[in-house]
Design a protein around this ligand. Structure first.
Ligand SMILES: [Zn+2]
Length: 284
């Protein structure tokens, strides 16, 4: 992989450290005082001379740094980060030997008909050749922690739980469709399982995402050619964990800094995929 795909940018490194350790926001990281959405940083005028006032200012700066995590004008950038993580999973599942890996399968849940509110479109559908289950996968990013000081993975877990409930009806429709012989299933198919992948943009993984990743590495280990002696489970896992971590770190930095347009993120994503194909660790 080229640098830029495996390395986090210096901007991403600085903003991650500032957020993680609750540091003062350095001048070079401070976003413009006014956002294009009409919001601006909420700072009382003429303060900053006493220690107490400094605390108020630093808190406001830190909060403002995260404004773009909820800003309506940044939704395109946030979606691009989500799509990038989903595309990394497509490459990971393919490299691990999953079959029929389909990104954004529009025909899934066609039984919901024209009711858009009910209709679900999973990010990825893929067949697990070891358990013979078809995974219905949805990636979900949490842009804000569950609460100040909450355990790091709590918001990611909440995203996963939300996805499980929002897919319950659609999964039920698929089961009935399969029982009626209406749904196409791969040979040896046992069942469909819903697999939510929840991430916090500051790096924490939800329990389902952690479980799924270990399963995928296990599938690769179970199906890898016995004569491919240079394959290492640890290297394979580390390679893909790093790819996801880098996408999240660079993505949140791009959203904060407005440094990238959605199509620039997409271009970075495409070159990531190309370089993964030529990487021996990715299993080709
Ligand atoms: Zn805004």
């Amino acid at each position: 992989m080229e640098s830029g795909q495996t390395d986090i940018s210096s901007m991403a490194l600085r903003s991650t450290i500032v957020a993680r350790f609750g540091l003062d926001v350095p001048l070079s990281l401070q976003p413009p005082r006014d956002c294009e959405c009409g919001c601006s940083i909420n700072l009382p005028l003429g303060i900053g001379h006493t220690p107490e006032e400094r605390v108020v200012m630093v808190g406001a700066e830190r909060e403002w740094l995260r404004h773009r995590f909820t800003c309506p004008k940044a939704s395109g950038l946030r979606t691009a980060v989500h799509d990038q993580v989903a595309r990394i999973w497509v490459a990971l599942l393919t490299a691990a030997g999953f079959k029929d890996v389909t990104y954004e399968d529009r025909r899934w849940d066609a039984a919901a008909g024209s009711d858009e509110a009910k209709h679900r479109r999973p990010d990825i559908v893929a067949f697990n050749p070891v358990t013979q289950q078809r995974w219905v996968i949805d990636v979900s990013l949490a842009w804000a922690p569950a609460a100040e000081g909450a355990k790091a993975s709590l918001a990611a877990r909440n995203r996963e739980r939300y996805k499980v409930s929002s897919y319950r009806e659609g999964m039920g429709r698929r089961v009935r469709e399969a029982e009626a012989g209406g749904a196409q299933v791969p040979e040896g198919w046992v069942e469909d399982v819903f697999v939510p992948l929840g991430y916090e943009v500051e790096g924490a993984w939800g329990p389902s995402a952690t479980w799924a990743f270990e399963e995928v590495v296990g599938v690769k280990a179970a199906t890898v050619c016995a004569d491919l002696t240079d394959w290492s489970k640890i290297n394979f896992g580390e390679h893909w964990k790093r790819a996801i971590a880098v996408a999240l770190a660079n993505g949140q930095a791009a959203v904060i800094s407005r440094s990238a347009k959605p199509d620039e993120l997409a271009a970075a994503r495409d070159s990531t995929e190309l370089s993964q194909e030529s990487n021996p660790d990715s299993g080709h």
